[in-house]
Every structure is written in structure tokens, then in C-alpha cells.
Design a protein around this ligand. Structure first.
Ligand code: CP3
Length: 347
């Protein structure tokens, strides 16, 4: 029996006539049905920890659009919370966390093996989804990469340049590396539990990888991704892993080989033709339409979508945006993107 699900076929290295498609943040505020369920939950974190409602919002974009994959509805900041950090969201501003800047702060964190009690509702959402998704739809679990998660834990919020994390890295390298190691361990635990609950693929989001330069990129982006991938594949042979070192630029080259991931997700700052030659030559790639097209739509959306499909047509490719869809996007433009990607498909 051949592998049926298109996302799993692409991840196994197969070149498909029509690339499978899903979208980062596909369950989100641009959808009226998401806004309604989120209002019912009260706030964002309550929604993440409510398996019934988190299942519902994960399924909403699958029902509306028939994407080839569903991504678990959760957040990368649940791991810091499970390690004992305070985490809350300020509407219109974003996440806030208690900060880790000293050995005393670090000593208060829980061991990685203690995260499951907090995260059990997330595993329940994964189990619900594994039973509820259409048979052709792949279930993707995820976590933040250690560097990206650390940038929030150190600064206590999102920052334009990840300055506080770079400062701790320079001023107290031992503490910084101990924090990264704790997050790495917790991430292996967390993703492993998602896989046991039914996730068929996992993705590691390193949204701030682009601010790590030179040897720092190798030590703090490549190495943790390699460790997580190796540990997951040792525990769950054959589990496909997607890495997303956002804005890695030239450092996308060699990422598959250095980390062992099955697929490298590309942001939209890299040209598809360049990435086909230098990155897809080493394995499956995912991406990389600018999410602004989901706001503006029209002929430009169609032209750019076709350009990406064509550029990556000679190798394994999963179509996606280069970053998450934004709340001001028009749901009709998402349909136009899907129709454009699938226009060659025989029904
Ligand atoms: O992609 C999906 O649909 C799955 C769910 C998902 C969310 N966050 C839901 C969410 C995933 C995969 C994430 C990842 C995530 N979270 C990242 C990495 C990817 C990226 O976007 O770079 C990061 C950095 C976070 C941290 C985070 N969560 C921030 C900075 C914010 C606030 C910014 C914003 O968009 O409002 C969030 C909130 C968040 N996470 C929302 C959603 C749907 C919006 C919350 C709401 O409903 O108000």
C-alpha cells in the first residue's frame, strides 16, 4: 500500500503534480467562525487549554477550505508556561511573560519532565483531532524552537531585535545556554507526547532564527534543531519533521543536512528560484507566498502563487505562506490562493 496523504508523500521526498497546501495561522482571527469560538472561550489561553474548543477551531479552516493539513491549535508560549513562567496575552499588544535574567529566575523553572501536567489538555486536543479529521488530512503538531522561545522568556515579551536575549547570550553565556538546554529538553518531551497522541508530522518554529549570525546560528539554531530532530526520530522512527528557521537567508543552505529535518519551511524573503536551486536540491521545502497577498488579493496573488508553484515544481514541495496569515486578511483571497495552486488538478 502506498502512502496516501499528499503531505506525507511530499515529506517522503515525492514530487507531486500539484503541491499539497496548508497555511500558517490557518485557524485565526481572519475567520469569523474563529472569532466566535474565541469569544466563547473568553481569552486566547483559555481557548488553547480547552480541548473541545481548540479542536473546533483547528477544524474550521479544514471544513471551509479543505486544506491538506491541519495544525494543532496551541501556542509556542505554552512550553514556558509549563516550565513555570507566568504567561498572559494583552489584547492588541501580544504576549507577556515573567522574565528569566538571573540564576535565581532560572532555578525556579520546573524540570522538563514536569511539563505534561500543564500540557495534558493539548495532548487531548491532538487525540480529538486524530479521530475527527478527514482521512486525507495530515495532522501537524508543533513547538517553538529553543532560541525563539528563549527570546520571549528572557525579554518577557516580543521585541523587534531580540536585544535582551542577545545581551544575556553575551553577558552570561552559561545561563543562556542552560536555558536553551532546558527548553530543548522540554520541547523533545512535548513533541514526543504530541506524536504519541496522534500528530503525524511536527514543525519547529524558529521565528527569530534570522537574528542569529555566523557561529551563533550554528550553535543556537542548527544545533537545537538537530538535537530535537534526532531525539524524536530515535523515539518515533520515521516521524517527519519540518524546520522553520525564519529569515535564515543564506543559512537556509545546508539546513536539511545539518539538522536532519525532512522539510525546510521558507519565509518570503527568499526568491523561489534561488531556493529551488540551493535548498530544495537537498529535500522537501515548504512556502513561501507573502502573507500580504491574503490582504490585497487580485492578479498579483495569482501571479505570485503560480511563480512559486512553477519554481518548486521539479522537487518535493508543500505550498504555504512565508509567515502566518494576518487578522486583516480576506477569507476569499485564501480560496483564490488554493484554487490557483490546484488549478491543474483533475478532480
Ligand atoms: O498556525 C496555526 O494556526 C496554529 C496555531 C499557532 C498559533 N501560534 C496560534 C495563535 C501557532 C503555530 C503559533 C505559533 C507562534 N506563536 C509563533 C511562531 C510562528 C510565528 O508566527 O512566528 C510565535 C512567535 C507565537 C507567539 C505568539 N502568539 C505571538 C507573538 C502572538 C501575538 C501576535 C498575534 O498574532 O496576535 C500570539 C497569539 C496567537 N497565537 C494567536 C493565534 C491564533 C492570536 C491570538 C488571538 O486570538 O487573539
Amino acid at each position: 500500500m502506498g502512502q496516501q496523504k499528499t503531505i506525507l508523500r511530499a515529506l517522503a521526498g515525492e514530487t507531486l503534480d500539484v503541491p499539497p497546501i496548508w497555511m500558517m495561522r490557518q485557524a485565526g482571527r481572519y475567520l469569523p467562525e474563529y472569532r466566535a469560538t474565541r469569544a466563547e472561550a473568553g481569552d486566547f489561553l483559555s481557548l488553547c487549554y480547552n480541548p473541545e474548543l481548540a479542536t473546533e477551531v483547528t477544524l474550521q479552516p479544514i471544513r471551509r477550505y479543505g486544506f491538506d493539513a491541519a495544525i494543532l491549535f496551541a501556542d509556542i508560549l505554552l512550553v514556558p508556561q509549563a516550565l513555570g513562567a507566568d504567561v498572559w496575552f494583552v489584547t492588541g499588544e501580544g504576549p507577556r511573560l515573567s522574565t528569566i535574567t538571573s540564576a535565581e529566575d532560572f532555578a525556579k523553572l520546573a524540570p522538563a519532565s514536569d511539563i505534561h501536567e500543564t500540557l495534558n489538555p493539548i495532548y487531548q486536543t491532538v487525540r480529538n483531532l486524530a479521530g475527527a479529521l478527514p482521512r486525507e488530512t495530515t495532522l501537524i503538531g508543533f513547538a517553538g524552537a529553543p532560541w525563539t522561545v528563549a527570546t520571549y522568556m528572557i525579554a518577557g515579551r516580543g521585541t523587534p531585535d531580540q536585544g535582551p536575549a542577545h545581551a544575556l547570550k553575551a553577558e552570561n553565556t552559561a545561563l543562556f545556554e542552560a536555558l536553551l538546554a532546558r527548553i530543548t529538553e522540554a520541547t523533545i518531551e512535548y513533541l514526543s507526547a504530541q506524536i504519541e497522541a496522534g500528530a503525524e508530522v511536527v514543525k519547529i518554529f524558529d521565528s527569530w532564527a534570522g537574528s542569529l549570525k555566523g557561529a551563533d546560528f550554528d550553535k543556537y539554531a542548527l544545533e537545537p534543531a538537530r538535537q530535537i530532530t534526532a531525539a524524536l526520530k530515535a523515539r518515533h522512527p520515521g516521524i517527519p519533521v519540518i524546520g522553520f528557521p525564519r529569515e535564515a537567508g543564506e543559512k537556509y543552505i545546508g539546513f536539511h543536512a545539518a539538522t536532519g529535518v525532512d522539510c525546510v519551511a521558507l519565509d518570503n524573503s527568499v526568491a523561489p528560484d534561488w531556493a529551488a536551486e540551493h535548498v530544495q536540491s537537498a529535500g522537501c521545502v515548504q512556502g513561501n507566498l507573502a502573507s500580504s497577498h491574503m490582504v490585497t488579493g487580485g492578479a498579483d496573488l495569482v501571479t505570485e502563487t503560480r511563480k512559486i508553484v512553477t519554481a518548486f515544481s521539479k522537487g518535493p514541495h508543500i505550498f504555504n505562506l512565508g509567515h502566518g496569515i494576518t487578522p486583516d486578511a480576506n477569507p476569499d483571497n485564501v480560496q483564490l490562493m488554493i484554487d490557483t495552486v490546484r488549478e491543474g488538478r483533475i478532480a
